[in-house]
Write a protein that binds this ligand. Structure first.
Ligand code: ZN
Length: 139
């Protein structure tokens, strides 16, 4: 994987709450899932209790293709946390389902990243208790 972690400083854990529990349970079993409204059918991310389109509380977790394109990105030249080693890039990926996910690239140099670049999902098992969805360039 392209990102290196400082083993002396634990990686910050994502807060797992009632609304996003399905997302993180999917990631743990290496499946990227997003909420989909059962009433109007739109995809939702970040997870939320109420559909912003039709106000329905009825949602389901539906697997993503894991394919998308780079919507935007930034490369950190200084580390914002001791567990992350700079330089590294944070990307905003627009999935084929239309939702956007903040993530990192693997096996991709910062200068290789561009808006519109096709990417595909990979899972990065960082620790026994933490897996993160990340992306790599296609082709
Ligand atoms: Zn809805």
């Amino acid at each position: 994987m392209s990102m290196q972690y400082d083993t002396e400083h634990p990686v910050p854990m994502p807060p797992i709450l009632w609304d996003n529990m399905g997302f993180w349970e999917g990631i743990k079993r290496h499946e990227l899932v997003f909420q989909k409204c059962k009433e109007c059918g739109i995809w939702l991310h970040p997870p939320r209790p109420v559909c912003p389109n039709c106000r329905s509380f009825e949602k389901e977790w539906v697997p993503s293709t894991g394919k998308g394109t780079i919507y935007s990105w930034v490369t950190y030249l200084e580390s914002p946390h001791p567990s992350f080693k700079a330089p590294y890039s944070v990307v905003l990926v627009e999935l084929d389902e239309g939702v956007r996910l903040v993530s990192n690239m693997v096996d991709t140099k910062p200068e290789e990243i561009s808006i519109g670049m096709p990417v595909e999902l990979v899972f990065d098992d960082i620790t026994e208790g933490l897996t993160l969805p990340k992306f790599r360039k296609v082709g």
